[in-house]
Design a protein around this ligand. Structure first.
Ligand SMILES: CC(C)[C@H](C(=O)O)[C@@H](O)C(=O)O
Ligand code: SF4
Length: 474
C-alpha cells in the first residue's frame, strides 16, 4: 500500500467512513457537471424529492453537444436543443451555477475548472466524464464517474470508492526539441498499455514534469484514463501556485498564503512508498502518432508501423490486425506516408491557449494543403478570447483554417463536426476508437497540436521538426 503519497493524503483527508462493502465513502470537494451525463441524475433526484446537497460545490457547463458554427437558439439539432434546455432547467431549479454562453465562461468542463481556479490542490473532484483526470495536474484526486454516481454526488456530495494502488511514473532528463506533453502522454500509454493502469492512480514525477507548464501537465493527466488509470496527478509546486494566483475562484489576500501552505502539505513526501515505480528517459521520446484504434497503438514519428506477424498469438496481435483492417494501413509503412483529409485542433487534451500558440507557430506563413479541411475549436470561450487578443485566429484563418466557437466538437462528434465516410483526420484529441469522430468508417490519428498543424499544411503526417523555415516569419 502506498504511504506518504499525495494520493494517500488527499484520500485520507476526505474519507468519511468505511462502508459495509469495504469501500470508502469519500467526500467530494468539487463536482463539475455537463449536459450529457447530468439530465438523468437530476431526474432521479426529482423522483426522490432530493435537493443538491452542496450547490456551492457544484458547477455546470455545456460542451459536448454545442454547435461550433451557428450557436443561435434553438440549435439546428433538436436533440442538442433539448439537452441544452434540460441543463438550463436543472441548474436553475437546483440552484447550481451554470457557465453558459452569456457568462463568457462556457467551455469544455475540464478546461474551465482549472481556468476559473475552481480546481485546487488537495481536492477530491468528480465529474460525469472520463477525462476528469485532467484536474490531477493540480495535485487533486479527480475521478470520472457515471450518471448514477453523478446522482450520488448531487444528493450527498460523497462517492463510494475502492482504494487504488499508486504507480509513480518518473521521467528524467529533458525532452528533446519538438517533443510535447502530448507526446509524453502517448509514449506512456504506448509503453504501459491501454489497460496497464487499471486499479492505479498514476503519479507523474521527475524532471520532465517538474519543468512542464500547468497546461502540459493537464494534457498528460487528461490521458491517464486512456492508459487505464483511475486518476493521474502531479504534485503541486510553485508552477501550480503561480497558475492559480488571481484566478476567479482562487483564494485571495491572506487566505491565499494560508491556502498555499495547506496545498504544499498534500504533496508526496520524499520518502513516500509506492506500489510501483516506473522510470523513463526523456531522450527516448519523439513526436508520437497513433496509427490504430486505441491510443496505445502508436509509434514515434521515425518508426515504421508494427508487424502483427511478429507478435505472439493472442490479444495484442488480434487487436493490431483489427486496427489495420479499419485503418486501411499496412505493417511496415512509414507514418509520414499517410495522407490526411481533416485536421482538428481542440479538445480537453489540447484545446488550451498554449496548444493554440504551438499550432499557430507552425501554421504562420503557410497554407493548409489542398483538399484538407482544417479547423480550430478552442477549449473554452476564455481560451478563444485570449487567442483572438493575440491574433492567433488570423494566423489560422490566413492559412485556411476555420476558426470556431468553443466546445468538444470533433473530439467525439456529438455535434455537427463529423468525419465523412472513411476520411482520415489528424487530431489533437485523445481517442481514436472506431467511429469516434462521427463516421463509422472514419479514421483518427492522434498527435500533438503542432503535429496536427504540420499535417494540415503538408497534407500528410509530418515530423514537425522537418518543416523548412518559412521566409519572412520570425
Ligand atoms: C460524453 C462523456 C460521457 C464522455 C466521457 O465520459 O468521456 C466523453 O466526454 C468522451 O470523451 O468520450
Ligand atoms: S473534449 Fe473530448 S474527451 Fe474532452 S470531455 Fe469533450 S468529448 Fe470528452
Amino acid at each position: 500500500m502506498a504511504t506518504g503519497t499525495l494520493y494517500n493524503k488527499v484520500w485520507n483527508a476526505h474519507a468519511v467512513t468505511t462502508l459495509p462493502t469495504g469501500q470508502t465513502q469519500l467526500f467530494i470537494g468539487l463536482h463539475m457537471i455537463h449536459e450529457v451525463t447530468s439530465p438523468q441524475a437530476f431526474d432521479m433526484l426529482r423522483e426522490r424529492g432530493l435537493k443538491v446537497a452542496y450547490p456551492q460545490r457544484t458547477f455546470a457547463t455545456m460542451d459536448h453537444i454545442v454547435p461550433t458554427l451557428s450557436q443561435s437558439r434553438p440549435f439546428g439539432d433538436s436533440q442538442a436543443e433539448l439537452m441544452m434546455q434540460a441543463i438550463e432547467k436543472n441548474t436553475k431549479e437546483f440552484g447550481v451555477p451554470f457557465f453558459n454562453f452569456e457568462t463568457g465562461k462556457q467551455g469544455v468542463v475540464h478546461i474551465i475548472g482549472p481556468e476559473l481556479g475552481l480546481t485546487q490542490p488537495g481536492m477530491t473532484i468528480a465529474c460525469g466524464d472520463s477525462h476528469t483526470s485532467t484536474h490531477g495536474a493540480f495535485g487533486t484526486l479527480a475521478f470520472g464517474i457515471g450518471t448514477s454516481q453523478v446522482r450520488d454526488v448531487l444528493a450527498t456530495q460523497c462517492l463510494a470508492m475502492d482504494p487504488l494502488k499508486v504507480r509513480r511514473i518518473e521521467i528524467n532528463g529533458q525532452l528533446r526539441p519538438g517533443v510535447t506533453p502530448k507526446d509524453v502522454a502517448l509514449f506512456i500509454i504506448n509503453r504501459l498499455g491501454v489497460k496497464g493502469g487499471i486499479g492505479f492512480a498514476y503519479e507523474y514525477a521527475g524532471e520532465v514534469f517538474d519543468s512542464m507548464t500547468m497546461e502540459g501537465r493537464m494534457t498528460v493527466c487528461n490521458m491517464s484514463i486512456e492508459g487505464g488509470a483511475r486518476a493521474g496527478y502531479v504534485n503541486p509546486d510553485q508552477t501550480t501556485f503561480d497558475y492559480l494566483k488571481g484566478r476567479e475562484y482562487s483564494p485571495k489576500g491572506a487566505e491565499w498564503d494560508a491556502a498555499v501552505e495547506t496545498w504544499k502539505g498534500f504533496a508526496s513526501d520524499s520518502d513516500a512508498q509506492y506500489d510501483e515505480v516506473v522510470v523513463f528517459d526523456a531522450q527516448d521520446i519523439e513526436p508520437m502518432v497513433t496509427w490504430g484504434i486505441t491510443p496505445g497503438q502508436s509509434v514515434g514519428i521515425s518508426q515504421a508501423l508494427p508487424d502483427p506477424a511478429a507478435m505472439p498469438q493472442g490479444g495484442e496481435r488480434t487487436s493490431t490486425e483489427l486496427a489495420y483492417q479499419h485503418m486501411k494501413l499496412k505493417p511496415g509503412q512509414k507514418t509520414t506516408d499517410i495522407a490526411i483529409d481533416v485536421a482538428f485542433i481542440g479538445s480537453c487534451t489540447n484545446g488550451r491557449i498554449e496548444d493554440l500558440r504551438a499550432a499557430a507557430e507552425v501554421v504562420k506563413g503557410r497554407k493548409v494543403a489542398e483538399g484538407v479541411h482544417a479547423f480550430v475549436v478552442p477549449g473554452s470561450m476564455q481560451v478563444r478570447k485570449q487567442a483572438m487578443e493575440e491574433g492567433l485566429h488570423r494566423v489560422f484563418q490566413e492559412a485556411g483554417f476555420e476558426w470556431r466557437a468553443a466546445g468538444c466538437s470533433m473530439c467525439l462528434a456529438m455535434n455537427p463536426d463529423q468525419l465523412k465516410g472513411d476520411q482520415i483526420s489528424a487530431s489533437s484529441s485523445n481517442r481514436n476508437f472506431i467511429g469516434r469522430q462521427g463516421s463509422p468508417s472514419g479514421r483518427t490519428l492522434l498527435m500533438s497540436p503542432a503535429m496536427v498543424a504540420a499535417a494540415a499544411v503538408t497534407g500528410k503526417v509530418t515530423d514537425v521538426r522537418d518543416l523548412d523555415p518559412v521566409q519572412g516569419v520570425a
